[in-house]
Design a protein around this ligand. Sequence first.
Ligand code: SF4
Ligand code: SF4
Length: 377
Amino acid sequence: MPADHSPPADRPALYAIARETLTLCAVCKYCDGFCPVFRQRDAVGGDDGNTPPAFRDADVDWLASLCHGCRACWDACQYAPPHAYAIAVPQTLAAIRQHQQTPLPALRRALLPVSLLLSLLLPLLVLGLIPADVVFSPHTGPGAFYAVLPWAWLTGLAGATLSAAALLTLWRIRIFWRHIGGGRLTTADWKTGLRQGLTLTHLDHPRRRRAHHALTGGFGLCFAATAVATVWHHGFGWIAPYPLLSLPVALGTSGGVLMLLGCAGLLRENRRSAAAVQTPARDQTLLILLALVAASGLALLALRDTAAMGLLLAWHLGLVLVLFLALPLGGLAHAPLRLAAILKATRLDRQRAERSRKEPERAEQARKKPEKDDDGG
Ligand code: SF4
Ligand code: SF4
């Protein structure tokens, strides 16, 4: 049976291993051209060729958030298991990211079952409060959804949960930014960092990159479908459900299919990675939740004229609410934290470029100074 190379769950032990791993990489330097994790190491200091950098927890957190888990360094590493050093950069940095995303260990272990149980609360509430003949009757035409779930419930619950999740996420980004020493950004830093983050510039793994783009593109289309439906509802008084060949349904359907494809692709890649590096598959709560949201939305579209619509609508909304709640705590927190890490790296790249541009000028000034001194003397 192959040995298990999972990083430890204990936080101090995990950070100690991450520090050792990054220190060995700083000495080895073989992967320096692979990605920003290795290239940005200079910013941590100690790159005078004699002393390895002294990685603080904040440095480890920052570098871990720059890693896309492409596995290029794993495939290249001569110190990977079965070597006695057992260097496993992608796995170690992934474990660090998991600690950042879901800081409470108990919640980290139980996020998926807790999320699924919470998603059932709304269907149970509907069953308890709405008469059974309303829930289990087919409803058609404008306002069919609101016959089961009143409009005020729908918008009130979604609005309150999304606002709470957005505030908590912003608060977490602010703490992370200070923790990693993000610093002051210029407009150019923002432009470059956002472009690199959104286009996954540093994710050198075509299958993962495609799956990521499918998932984020699908998520964006579903968001656009909701925005268009809101404008139609409030701006024109056109009440859902809309015809199959309408803009919100077309956007939502293509978004749901893309999300499913993206989730399936990423789940498959994660399983492949886990098998290749002999570690248990990492927590997949976010991907499973996103896939369930997309699948329940598509099922609701297919069965919206039947007696199953009431409970399906309640479960779909329950899953959406749980996904919102999981935003700041689960794997989705990794997107804004990664963007913050990229923005810091962009600032450092710009400052390094400015310094090297000024270097000849400084050298010239230093060369002229002794000449002046000689003239003066
Ligand atoms: S991952 Fe392995 S090969 Fe790459 S820099 Fe680190 S120790 Fe060297
Ligand atoms: S897994 Fe890929 S992104 Fe992560 S450190 Fe290795 S080469 Fe860089």
